[in-house]
Design a protein around this ligand. Structure first.
Ligand code: CP
Ligand code: NVA
Length: 327
């Protein structure tokens, strides 16, 4: 069967490690060069979509989503179609990961039909279990811990608007969540200066910060976690925020609104950054909470470019990971 379809060009693919398939569970699994490669490939896909039109012809992709999604679902489905392949979306009620059927059994079944699995779930452990059991690449479409595809799109957006990443000063204001964690991994690899300002008790996970700090000296990245949002945005080239209550934390939303009240990104806070500082948000936004309309819809907001760039990143990740048809 593998002879029927065009080969995925070797130069696009991430090299297997010790002969094993590659997954994308965390940006921490990528070398500095591999992350650069994905960003270059995403930029190439954006500039020249026609060149990749048949690249994944005959391949199928499963999307196993245990949480809602707009951007991630649409960009992987549309991205796969634009590469000549086909995607099957499985909604939270369809699969019942670990309830209707064990994670391992779901992974092994899917591996008989599709060439890649995109998973949005709760625990990072569930994703790791899926990847260990699946004979095909598994891609993290968001867990409670990480959101690697988002951080790649964020870097692509910063590169597009500022022409470089090295030495760029990014302030992340708010919850030390999945988005903040993947940004730490990404900034470390890109040589950026990232300051995260979170309330006490809501800082990024210490183990994730330690992973990012391990890589930072090799690129000149400077990573800091502080509590003061004003200090974080001082002289920043870009300011990033995300929701105070992530998917799955809805029962804490009242308390979080109180804790995060002084972490809102509004016009006053943006004034403390560089005058032309960009505003980023992974979306969806809770308008009037972590960000005001004025900033989200303002002239420095690049949130829709981020959303658009999710498509090029999804395509680059698929090109880099999906192998020959094996089933
Ligand atoms: N930014 C992001 O991942 O959006 P969705 O939750 O809509 O996929
Ligand atoms: N931190 C958010 C990101 C959504 C894309 C969440 O997990 O809900």
């Amino acid at each position: 069967m593998s002879g029927t379809f065009p080969a995925v060009r070797e130069q696009w693919r991430l090299r297997p490690r010790q002969g094993a398939k590659r997954d994308l569970l965390s940006l921490h699994d990528l070398t500095v060069e591999e992350m650069e490669h994905l960003l270059r490939l995403a930029a190439e896909v954006k500039a020249n979509p026609g060149a990749f039109r048949h690249a994944l012809q005959g391949r199928s992709l499963a999307l196993v989503f245990e949480k809602p999604s707009l951007r991630t679902r649409v960009t992987f489905e549309v991205g796969m179609a634009q590469l000549g392949g086909h995607a099957v979306y499985l909604a939270p009620a369809d699969v019942g990961l670990g309830r209707r059927e064990s994670v391992r059994d779901v992974a092994r079944n899917l591996g008989r039909w599709v060439q890649g699995i995109v998973v949005r779930t709760f625990g990072q452990k569930i994703l790791e279990e899926m990847a260990a059991a699946a004979p095909v690449p598994v891609i993290n479409a968001l867990t409670d811990l990480l959101h690697p595809c988002q951080a790649l799109a964020d870097l692509l957006t910063l590169q597009q608007h500022r022409g470089r990443l090295q030495g760029l000063r990014l302030a992340y204001v708010g919850d030390g969540n999945n988005v903040a964690h993947s940004l730490l991994h990404a900034a470390a690899r890109a040589g950026m200066h990232l300051t995260v300002a979170s309330p006490s008790g809501y800082e990024p996970d210490a183990a994730i910060l330690a992973q990012a700090l391990e890589v930072a000296p090799t690129t000149g990245a400077i990573l800091r976690v502080i509590h003061d949002p004003t200090e974080a945005v001082r002289d920043a080239d870009a300011v990033y925020t995300d929701v105070w209550t992530s998917m799955g934390q809805e029962s804490e939303s009242e308390q979080r609104r109180r804790v995060f009240a002084s972490y809102q990104v509004n016009a006053d806070l943006m004034k403390r950054a560089k005058p032309d500082a960009l505003f980023l948000h992974c979306l969806p936004a809770h308008r009037g909470e972590e960000v005001t309309d004025e900033v989200l819809d303002g002239p420095h907001s690049v949130v829709l470019d981020q959303a658009e760039n999710r498509l090029y990143v999804a395509k680059a990740v698929l090109l880099a990971l999906l192998d020959e048809v094996t089933a």
